[in-house]
Design a protein around this ligand. Structure first.
Ligand code: PXP
Length: 255
């Protein structure tokens, strides 16, 4: 079996901004968190500019792009306003996500199969401007096939349902969701897509999913920022990195 490609860790700093915004001041600064995460071993930084600006601000995005030395992954809804900001910011990548104002977090994947006509010109504009497009979708064959047709180079598989089932101890549901992720990652890779994964990952689920060779990037935020309160962000990044490396090593040992 060929050696598995390296697995990158993208650290999502949204919830540093959530904490900052609780007092409407400048601290804690998500850019400082991004710099520290990179120093501790993160391969990239992810931030979601939501339409309601509940955490990351326009200025945060511009400062992240200007200050960090690793790729910036700009998560956003597929709207005209966001497209204009992304084209100005020129991040390494844009991850298109569905967004509902009343949701607590990004609850489901983007319905690319149902929004083909809206998304096609959107993705083309980003591709033409040298921004790598990633589509945040459920591991569903119809969505994956449409992502490939839309010429998005990357998909990010929504791992939320699987992670919730693992945390809840619902083994049957976790098993079903896991099989969906495995099949989706295989299908996507066969269709020529680069495969990322994210949402709800912790040390345990990140270690497990690291054993899928098709997946080359994990984007993780909420759990890591929570852990950082207790052990510090640098230690959290190192522990996450070690969990991912253990998962990847298992794959190579099993080969
Ligand atoms: N990937 C995408 C596309 C997301 O929307 C989010 C949440 O902002 C994440 C990854 C990170 O999820 P979590 O914060 O649950 O680790």
């Amino acid at each position: 079996m060929p050696k598995a490609p390296p697995l990158r860790l993208g650290v999502n700093v949204d919830h540093v901004a959530t904490l900052r915004n609780a007092r409407a001041g400048d601290r804690p600064d998500p850019v400082r968190a991004a710099l520290l995460a990179i120093e501790a071993g993160a391969d990239g930084i992810t931030a979601h500019l939501r339409e309601d600006r509940r955490h990351i601000s326009d200025e945060d995005m511009a400062r992240l792009k200007a200050r960090i030395s690793k790729p910036l992954n700009f998560e956003m809804a597929a709207t005209a306003d966001m497209l204009a900001i992304a084209l100005r910011t020129k991040p390494h990548a844009v991850c298109l996500v569905p967004e509902r104002r009343e949701e607590l977090t990004t609850e489901g994947g983007l319905d690319v199969a149902g929004q083909h006509n809206t998304l096609a010109p959107f993705i083309a504009r980003l591709n033409d401007n040298g921004v790598r497009v990633s589509l945040f979708i459920a591991a569903d064959p119809a969505q994956i096939e449409m992502a490939a047709k839309l010429r998005a180079p990357v998909i990010e598989i929504h791992t939320g349902a699987w992670c919730d089932a693992v945390v809840d101890g619902d083994r049957a549901k976790a098993g079903v969701e896991w099989q969906r992720i495995v099949a989706g990652a295989t299908l996507a890779r066969a269709a020529g897509l680069e495969v990322h994964a994210g949402h709800g990952l912790d040390y345990v689920t990140a270690e497990a999913i690291a054993a899928l060779p098709e997946i080359v990037e994990l984007n993780i935020g909420y759990y890591m920022i929570g852990e950082a309160l207790f052990v510090g962000l640098a230690q959290t990044v190192r522990t996450m990195r070690a969990a991912m490396d253990r998962g990847r090593a298992k794959l190579e040992n099993d080969a």
